[in-house]
Ligand binder design. Sequence first.
Ligand SMILES: NC(=O)c1ccc[n+]([C@@H]2O[C@H](COP(=O)([O-])OP(=O)(O)OC[C@H]3O[C@@H](n4cnc5c(N)ncnc54)[C@H](OP(=O)(O)O)[C@@H]3O)[C@@H](O)[C@H]2O)c1
Length: 267
Amino acid sequence: MEEPSKDTFVTKELDGKRVLVTGGTKGGMGEAIVNRLTHAGATVITTARNTPDELTDSDLFIQADISTPDGTTKIVENILERFDGVDILINNVGGSSTPTGGVLKQTDAGWQQTFETNLFAAVRLDRGLLPPMLKQGYGVIIHVTSIQRRFPGENTMAYSAAKAALANYSKALATELAPKGIRVNSVAPGFTETKAAGRLIERIAQERGYDYSDARQALMDSLGGIPIGRTARPEEVAELIAFLVSDRASYIVGAEHTIDGGIVRTI
Ligand SMILES: NC(=O)c1ccc[n+]([C@@H]2O[C@H](COP(=O)([O-])OP(=O)(O)OC[C@H]3O[C@@H](n4cnc5c(N)ncnc54)[C@H](OP(=O)(O)O)[C@@H]3O)[C@@H](O)[C@H]2O)c1
């Protein structure tokens, strides 16, 4: 019998694992994570509000808005019924759509929606998908936070606060679940050039009469510069997550992993 190559051990290390990645469409980190974990041999289910036109496997997609209890209930019921649970849960969806202009522009509804999307969605999905993980004594949960949870954005205070709450919750969950065989960690990306970030750069370029690279530089400068000299690619964040969910990271529990090219200067 032919010896498997060294590469086979790494690329197929998630063979047989069932994974849910929230927000795996539209060319962001979610999609990169879906691709990376699928490449590693996992069965990867994803979810978004809009059903993509080109779905490679419609059985692995659940349409739902995870910022509502109905949406997370739909996902949990669907997964329990069809897959009997998941081994790995990546809470990737997050974001901010609150207005700029300071604290007085922030409404109750905006604060609430930001917390629903960035915190409560993860709380509800974790709680719904934990029972089978506890039963099998194995599971991995990742929460995608942001460097903004330590480095609040000028115009994104609700988002920064919600991500800080998510990081805090993630730590408490990790402590509770580690003795039961479930590892929980979080990942805090910096400025990652997703398709959506690309559209933001284009908008800034148009508004200020810059070319694309000047607009990107202006955004990098607004963060105090990026020591490594460039933005992150979604695939780089996906690579970190692929490591963290694998058994290569078997002793990593309750840690937040910053991946930001050096933006956050504090230790
Ligand atoms: N990009 C950055 O620079 C950056 C930096 C730090 C942290 N982060 C964090 O990293 C994570 C991923 O960000 P990303 O920018 O790469 O985005 P992304 O992974 O591309 O996320 C967008 C995906 O989420 C889905 N989605 C959005 N809202 C949803 C909802 N309410 N219910 C269900 N699905 C929803 C979108 O589909 P639909 O629109 O069809 O629902 C799409 O599939 C987020 O938690 C974000 O806060 C991003």
